[in-house]
Write a protein that binds this ligand. Sequence first.
Ligand SMILES: NC(=O)c1ccc[n+]([C@@H]2O[C@H](COP(=O)([O-])OP(=O)(O)OC[C@H]3O[C@@H](n4cnc5c(N)ncnc54)[C@H](O)[C@@H]3O)[C@@H](O)[C@H]2O)c1
Length: 392
Amino acid sequence: MARTTIGIVLNGVTGRMGYRQHLVRSLLAIREQGGLPLRDGTRLWPELVLVGRSETKLREIADRHGLTEWTTDLNAGLARPDVQIYFDSQVTAQREKALRLAIEAGKHIYTEKPTAEDLSGAVELARLADAAGIKHGVVQDKLFLPGLRKLDRLVRGGFFGRILSIRGEFGYWVFEGDWQPAQRPSWNYRAADGGGIVVDMFPHWHYVLEQIFGQVNAVTAHVSTLIPTRWDEAGEPYEATADDAAYGIFEIDRAGQSSPIVAQINSSWGVRVYRDELVEFQVDGTEGSAVAGLRNCRIQHRSTTPKPVWNPDLPATEDFRSQWQVVPDNEEFDNGFKAQWELFLRHVVEDEPYSWDLWAGARGVQLAELGLRSAREGRRIEIPELQAEPSK
Ligand SMILES: NC(=O)c1ccc[n+]([C@@H]2O[C@H](COP(=O)([O-])OP(=O)(O)OC[C@H]3O[C@@H](n4cnc5c(N)ncnc54)[C@H](O)[C@@H]3O)[C@@H](O)[C@H]2O)c1
């Protein structure tokens, strides 16, 4: 079958997300299926150029996967005329300057979140990208997870009636690193290196809430550093200067509802899991409720809602969990990162609409920034709309 190639520079492939989700599970998986089928019957074949700091690591990854193109010189990668897209999954603190270089080089941009360390940087990137006339996209993988797709389907189908409230619980125990190695990189726990659970997770909560329920208009947050000392990759102790727990209240304006929906989301790397999944959202509505995780979603309709009676003198008489119904898949769910890569590639080559762009990314950074300010100042903060003025 005829195929066209598209050159993609991948920066950050030695990292957790870059290697596993973006290289192996997305782009190599697209190659394994023979390329991405296009409208005209041809296939799009991603040609990959790996970029990073360590020649040894890049060569090792390239060899392992039969790839031949890699460089430790980002500018050299960006100067290649056969490259159309720049992808970034570096540590957050390195992202903005690399994205600026790629925009200057006239490449389309696809990037991990958060797009920048602060709002002004994130907005400037979006403006520069628009002014350069390039296409841009930001990873919003949670939207493509089966559990949240099913939740979105319930919302769009009108299952809930009037939506009353949302509660989210995200987290697990991240080992300190002394007697068992930590399962997340140490930069996540140092503020100066772009770490912190608010900067990491609020961008996710922003697009989940905005895309499924409505515009997020206010935030109130409390943040903590629960574990003050951790041990790094070399086994050395360091001070955890970033927040590792955040308790947020988000107010959402939803079309057709007269008062805002309140979403409370706990995010923590200092909790032990007594849940079915590492993140779960419970949505309660007048007509029914749902609990959605990464993969599964369960519902209870008003017609099957039991009538519990509060009586602490007696043991619970109902098995509450068994009273919920499983929402069926009804479709095949591919890896969420791959699904979004495919949409972005179609946006670039076939001009398909694509809304998860640097502006959406900037709104996520804005929520993180205002969430941190809310915690610092001990008050609720309203979220202004971002202005998409052209770059000066
Ligand atoms: N979408 C998601 O669900 C999700 C999940 C986790 C992380 N992320 C984002 O992905 C990005 C990478 O996170 P990760 O967990 O893969 O991190 P990681 O530490 O595993 O990987 C970081 C990558 O950046 C490179 N790098 C470049 N300059 C660096 C520097 N000065 N110091 C250290 N590393 C440097 C590393 O070599 C490596 O390739 C972050 O921005 C993070 O917010 C997204």
